[in-house]
Design a protein. Structure first.
Length: 199
């Protein structure tokens, strides 16, 4: 962590690296994403990419505790966790959950704050292709109608401060699609929180 997890300035709404004197990147200024804040602990590069693959694909769910520790050491994460009403893990489709055996985002959220984690509010409606194998335009269209707020629990989202938890952010398509659904349901503030961000 001392060598590969040093804090670096990032865009406050998409978490891409920026010079220290710039709070937001040009792309986010031009087309603001549906997140109020986006925080990432590390770049999706050595050694994190290998560890993340183990966590996600090689049946090593115990890494969730380490990644949660890494996140909590990241600037602004503790205050985001303290001020949020709920942590919402990015949901997996039933098919992906059966293949993997666990939702890595749910494991992360529970390690960050079990008492605030809610996996019943944001639902995955359709099984989309694996995002890491798609081009940016395909990612954006693949996620149309992928998420929904449970209609019986909209009141829990309305006016709430939320933290969306995921393992890796690539283009942001998944987080943004989920955030738009939550915003439409009345969420007051949405933070995206990821372990690793591709750069």
């Amino acid at each position: 962590m001392a060598e590969f997890a040093q804090p670096q300035p990032r865009c406050r709404t998409c978490a891409l690296p920026l010079p220290a004197d710039q709070p937001q990147c040009g792309a986010c200024l031009k087309a603001p994403p549906p997140l109020d804040l986006c925080l990432a602990a590390v770049p999706y590069a050595f050694p994190w990419a290998h560890l993340m693959a183990d966590f996600k694909f090689n049946e090593q769910p115990a890494l969730a505790k380490f990644f949660a520790h890494l996140l909590k050491a990241t600037p602004w994460v503790e205050s985001a966790l303290e001020s949020t009403d709920f942590l919402l893990p990015m949901p997996l489709s039933r098919q992906r959950l059966q293949q993997r055996g666990y939702n890595q985002a749910l494991l992360l959220a529970r390690q960050l704050s079990a008492v605030k984690t809610r996996s019943d509010l944001l639902l995955r409606m359709v099984d989309t292709p694996a995002q890491h194998g798609l081009k940016r335009a395909q990612r954006l269209t693949a996620l149309n109608h992928a998420f929904a707020v449970d209609p019986l629990k909209v009141s829990a989202v309305n006016g709430a401060r939320l933290v969306l938890v995921d393992d890796v952010m690539t283009t942001g398509a998944s987080l943004y699609a989920a955030a738009r659904v939550l915003r439409a349901a009345g969420a007051a503030h949405i933070t995206g929180l990821v372990v690793a961000r591709t750069e």
